[in-house]
Design a protein around this ligand. Structure first.
Ligand code: SF4
Length: 342
């Protein structure tokens, strides 16, 4: 078993692909202000998160609503500033990018939102929606812009493109709207994609199609993807590793099959109870999710943040000491005192 300090070295040893994105001890805290009384504490949305993403790697970040996964995603997209720690993309700390470099960063990182209708400007037709990032990204030739628009529409299977270019978002189905969102995310030919619950608001009938589309794009463009979801049943479509997030911390990190076949953290086991993943061999043995809500991120519990809901909590240990990462099997990291070396 290993402590967290050895984790990055281990990830580098196990995967020879180039590291594209490094998250280093990231904390994202939001200050609470009480009218008339000033500072009233912090919402600790992300609290000490470290991981690397390799070129072409796909990672699913899973957890309940309010666990901090959206704040993590927005910090990677440079929409929030880190309170502490770094987001390093292609060896550059994004907090130190100039305005011009930040434009370049946003071209290299695509974003697929959860709600396609809300993500698309209602008064723009598809041509304008897809052309705007190209203009902002400095593609001056209108001929080149149209070439890229046609290519992106064909890639997301909005074909023939001429049938769609003059349409407005409300004239499309939910699945077609999400294809436009994906085309817009891909139009600057990014290296990295953040997909925030990209199928959770779609009809069940089109979810698989959209996941297959994302998988195809990931493979053909060798994209790195962070797929944010609360639904473990969809992660095996295109994720190599799963990171489980709880109350601002990553509490389990491993290859998809390791987690689906042998979840170690009591919280991950509880999450898997509700999944329809057909190959989760141990599903019938998982305990039900304990009663209670995720803890307050303003005053999280001492020790392990899951201890108030955990049926296996060790009194005097779990409620006192924060668990580091242990590695009970190669490449499978879990933050839980049950796996402390004897
Ligand atoms: Fe449960 Fe303790 Fe493990 Fe936390 S550290 S998940 S409370 S057993």
């Amino acid at each position: 078993m290993v402590a967290a300090s050895q984790e990055n070295a281990m990830e580098k040893k196990q995967d020879s692909r180039k590291i594209l994105l490094s998250i280093d001890n990231l904390r994202v805290w939001f200050e609470l202000r009480r009218f008339g009384f000033g500072h009233a504490g912090y919402v600790k949305a992300v609290d000490g998160v470290t991981f690397d993403v390799h070129q072409g790697e796909t990672i699913a970040v899973v957890g309940e609503s309010g666990c901090g996964k959206s704040s993590l995603m927005k910090t990677i997209l440079a929409l929030h500033k880190p309170t502490e720690g770094k987001v390093v993309f292609e060896d550059k700390d994004i907090a130190e990018l100039t305005d011009e470099e930040m434009h370049g960063y946003h071209s290299r990182v695509g974003y697929v939102q959860q709600d396609p209708y809300g993500a698309l400007p209602p008064f723009m037709n598809l041509k304008r929606i897809l052309e705007e990032p190209l203009i902002v990204g400095g593609v001056k030739s209108s001929e080149e812009r149209m070439k890229r628009i046609y290519k992106a529409m064909e890639e997301v299977k909005l074909t023939p493109p001429d049938d769609f270019l003059q349409k407005y978002p409300h004239m499309l189905s939910g699945g077609q709207q999400q294809r436009v969102v994906i085309a817009r995310a891909m139009i600057m030919e990014p290296k990295f994609l953040v997909a925030d619950e990209p199928v959770s608001m779609l009809d069940a009938s089109v979810r698989v199609e959209i996941l297959k589309l994302l998988r195809g794009l990931q493979e053909s463009h060798n994209l790195s993807v962070i797929y944010i979801t609360h639904d473990l049943s969809t992660v095996s479509y295109f994720s190599e590793r799963i990171f489980v997030m709880y109350a601002g911390n990553l509490i389990e990190k491993a290859q998809v099959r390791q987690i689906l076949d042998n979840p170690l953290h009591p919280y991950t086991r509880a999450l898997l109870t509700g999944t329809s993943e057909p190959d989760a061999k141990n599903a019938e043995t998982f305990k039900e999710l304990p009663p209670g809500e995720p803890p307050s991120l303003v005053n999280p519990p001492t020790g392990c943040r899951f201890h108030p809901r955990c049926s296996q909590a060790i009194k005097g240990v779990c409620d006192v000491k924060f668990p580091p990462d242990f590695e009970p099997e190669p490449g499978h990291l879990v933050s839980c005192w049950l796996y402390e070396e004897e």
